[in-house]
Design a protein around this ligand. Structure first.
Ligand code: HEC
Length: 138
């Protein structure tokens, strides 16, 4: 390798390091994935327990364990704006079937969730509403 080639390689490597350092902060922030709210859990009925399992399989990766949300990923649904008056059950069916274009937050959009049947959504709603009630959101 002559000197010019070494210089070019050095510039490319340095450039790569600088670019990856610059990209890091916009891709993930310290605290990402942390729960967004403290959630009180009720005694779940059998139906609500089944809803928890479905929720954990299809929703928790974004909305977090116990629906607490995850910083930088997706909101907690245990929040006054998701009370039935503002987001009736219909909003949940539509969200799962069609996805949600980001409109309340800057998390980005929610994709349609494949393979969750309408009766599963009903069971997931029972679970989420039970936690909402326990936290004074109704
Ligand atoms: C890939 C991540 C992701 C998954 C998986 C996900 N969501 Fe979401 N969801 C989001 C984000 C992000 C938003 C917030 C969009 C906004 O308003 O800015 C959202 C919003 C919602 C809303 C509010 C809809 C509205 O009308 O404002 C509901 C209800 C919801 N999700 C339910 C669910 C349920 C139920 C599941 C599981 C079946 C689920 N989500 C799975 C990311 C996700």
């Amino acid at each position: 390798m002559n000197l010019k080639a070494i210089a070019i390689v050095a510039v490319l490597v340095a450039g790569g390091v600088i670019i990856s350092f610059n990209l890091q902060p916009s891709l993930s922030q310290p605290g990402d994935g942390e729960p967004m709210v403290a959630v009180n859990l009720p005694q779940f009925s059998v139906l609500e327990k089944a809803g928890e399992e479905l929720y954990n399989a299809s929703c928790a990766a974004c909305h977090g364990v116990d629906v607490a949300g995850q910083e930088g990923i997706a909101p907690s649904l245990i929040d006054a704006i998701y009370q039935p008056k503002f987001h009736a059950d219909g909003a949940f069916y539509i969200a799962v079937q069609n996805g949600v274009r980001a409109h309340h937050y800057g998390f980005g959009s929610m994709p349609a969730i494949e393979g969750v049947k309408s009766e599963d959504v009903a069971t997931i709603i029972a679970y989420i509403r039970a936690i909402q009630r326990e936290n004074g959101i109704e």
